[in-house]
Design a binder for this molecule. Structure first.
Ligand SMILES: Nc1ncnc2c1ncn2[C@@H]1O[C@H](COP(=O)(O)OP(=O)(O)OP(=O)(O)O)[C@@H](O)[C@H]1O
Length: 293
């Protein structure tokens, strides 16, 4: 049984005076995440990726469909009913500058979920030491304020906070997009290491298929609120079923320029249309090997 299952999820935002204007951000999405697995959710800006993540976290207005986590339906739960889920379901956001209070020490930041989870003070202290070690920060980081850290170090703190209560699933919403390429690569490696040692599952949201392919076991491609294809990372990235996926791949940097040239050649043979405008090949988190499991 999957850890997280979404069936025919529809999310509609209302805006404007009298909330009369409706935007259907997610339009019938079905996908699942298994234990110890990373599912990458990729698509262009505005396709509804973050809204899917927010719906899982209870932060988006679900109009229809079903979300089950650990066998329990969670789409209709109120705030207090969701509280027991907090330890099992966590999030890492894109921007470590706005997601962490810069004036708090790392110890304060990490203590907060531990306190909320009822972890006794002495045990919390020990756990903070272990968490810092787990995310590759020195133990003396505990006493320093978040503002003293670089973007990559802050994202490590955000990951440590997400891990504090030993969750089963972390929604990672563009967790490396605000970081430079070498820091992206280190954070992706860290997430993979953490998964291997703890068994946590990730719903990994990114606009960048070159990032998603390095961390995901399965990949879902989203466009205009819908899933175009969902399958193994190997299948989606080397034999995409949809032209849009092919275009995302063409626009993404890869480690191997020969492979990229081959991809472009095949694409041009199949299509008389214009090539997708995007980045040329170059160094990317491409040095990481793909997770073609
Ligand atoms: N709070 C909101 N109120 C109204 N519309 C919203 C709201 N949040 C998102 N939208 C709209 O829903 C659609 C999907 O947005 P969403 O942020 O989920 O996309 P995304 O794929 O994550 O894009 P990005 O990577 O740019 O964040 C967009 O049209 C967006 O403008």
């Amino acid at each position: 049984m999957s850890l997280l299952t979404m069936e025919d999820l529809v999310v509609r935002y209302r805006s404007g005076r009298r909330r009369s204007h409706a935007v259907t951000a997610v339009d019938g999405v079905s996908l699942d995440v298994r234990r110890r697995e990373t599912v990458g959710l990729v698509g262009e800006s505005g396709s509804g990726k973050s809204t899917v993540g927010r719906a899982v976290l209870g932060l988006a207005p679900i109009a229809a469909g079903r979300i089950a986590f650990g066998g329990q339906e969670i789409q209709g739960l109120g705030r207090s009913q969701r509280r027991p889920l907090a330890s099992r379901l966590q999030v890492v956001f894109q921007d470590p500058y706005s997601s962490l209070n810069p004036a708090l020490t790392v110890e304060d930041i990490l203590s907060e979920p531990l306190r909320a989870g009822g972890v006794p003070r002495q045990e919390a202290r020990n756990r903070i030491g272990a968490l810092l070690d787990r995310v590759g920060l020195p133990s003396d980081a505990a006493g320093r304020c978040a503002r003293e850290f670089s973007g990559g170090q802050r994202q490590r703190v955000a990951i440590a906070r997400a891990l504090a209560l030993r969750p089963e699933l972390i929604v990672c919403d563009e967790p490396v997009s605000a970081l430079d390429l070498s820091t992206q690569e280190r954070i992706l490696r860290l997430l993979v290491d953490i998964q291997e040692s703890t068994g946590v599952a990730y719903l990994f949201i990114s606009h960048d298929i070159s990032v998603v392919r390095h961390i995901s076991h399965r990949v879902a491609v989203m466009k205009q609120g819908r899933i175009l294809e969902f399958g193994s990372c190997e299948k989606v990235t080397s034999r995409p079923a949809h032209r849009f996926t092919e275009q995302l791949l063409l626009a993404s940097p890869v480690a191997d320029p020969d492979r990229q040239r081959e991809r472009r050649r095949r694409h041009h043979e199949q299509s008389a249309g214009p090539a997708w405008p995007g980045r040329e090949t170059g160094a990317a988190p491409g040095a990481l090997s793909e997770r073609n499991r």
